[in-house]
Design a protein around this ligand. Structure first.
Ligand code: HBI
Ligand code: FE
Length: 290
């Protein structure tokens, strides 16, 4: 999730000052574990040939196909050995500065709750399926692991510069809803897509959304929506390139250049865009007509 979060700054009852809580794995019910298994089985059938090689490799090396909700301690042991990241449990959305500080220290915050069986297809807050199935496999990729740490550091800086909106857009259009151009074709690496049954198809196959080659400044100016499919997806050439752009670019001059320019609408295509798919926006029009 990468929506500016308005949370009061005190951690909830029973949470640590950094908002972490024990995962309390033994407290999960059979229903909780079966919900994870149902969601996992649906995506595991759908994603080969759709998700990026790196995502599928992460799913495999982290042994996430084991039945039931993963135990964060076991998962963190495997992840730590691969890229130095660990998964820490939080009760829900945490304040931006807390979120960025964990990320800058290679701690991925994951919701410790799971959606109810009647919420299979959508929920607002990131639950353990969105966070662990969606985000964690990519943390096994060394370049992406470096990218997310750099993002965490950049987030703390963006808070100082008042540029959170621009940085949250970068997160949204890469970490949450990013596509990558692989030799076999476009593939998904964004967590919001890989953890969604319907969007895993929509993002690659539907003629409705735009698919535009990634450009840092373009993405930082582009609005997004948190409650429905995206109307534009941005495509990176490789994780090396995404990391290079993020590490090498001093964001301050980028923020200064952008601050005077208008935001770009979620369905817009600009003359300078390198367009892969000029979307029909049929889906958005039909939703608007509802
Ligand atoms: N907290 N638990 C949690 N998960 C998120 O994805 C998250 C968050 N707080 C802030 C946040 N995301 C975004 O607003 C930042 O990208 C700005
Ligand atoms: Fe997320």
């Amino acid at each position: 999730m990468a929506e500016e979060t308005h949370i009061d700054t005190r951690p909830p009852e029973g949470a640590n000052p950094d908002w972490t809580v024990p995962q309390d794995w033994s407290a999960y019910s059979e229903t909780d574990h079966r919900t994870w298994d149902t969601l996992f089985a649906r995506q595991a059938k759908l994603l080969p040939g759709r998700a990026s090689q790196s995502y599928l490799r992460g799913l495999d090396v982290l042994k996430l196909s084991k039945p039931g909700i993963p135990d964060f301690e076991e998962l963190s042991d495997r992840l730590m050995a691969l890229t130095g990241w660990q998964v820490v449990a939080v009760p829900g959305l945490v304040p931006d500065d807390v979120f960025f500080d964990h990320m800058a220290n290679r701690r991925f915050v994951a919701g410790n709750f799971i959606r109810r069986p009647d919420q299979l297809d959508y929920l607002q807050e990131p639950d353990v399926f969105h966070d662990v199935f969606g985000h964690v496999p990519m943390l096994a990729d060394p370049r992406f692991a470096d990218y997310l740490e750099a993002y965490g550091r950049g987030g703390l800086r963006a808070l100082e510069l008042g540029a959170l909106k621009q940085l949250a857009r970068l997160y949204w259009y890469t970490v949450e809803f990013g596509l990558i151009d692989e030799p076999e074709g476009l593939r998904i690496y964004g967590s919001g897509i890989v953890s969604s049954y319907s969007e895993s198809t929509f993002a690659l196959d539907d003629p409705s959304p735009n698919r535009i080659r990634f450009d840092l400044e373009r993405v930082m100016r582009t609005d997004y929506r948190i409650d429905d499919f995206q109307q534009s997806y941005f495509v990176i050439p490789s994780f090396d390139e995404l990391l290079r752009v993020t590490i090498e670019t001093d964001f301050e001059p980028v923020y200064e250049r952008i601050v005077g320019k208008p935001d770009i609408a979620i369905d817009a295509i600009l003359p300078e865009d390198d367009v892969i798919t000029r979307g029909t926006q049929r889906y958005a029009r039909e939703k608007a007509a509802e």
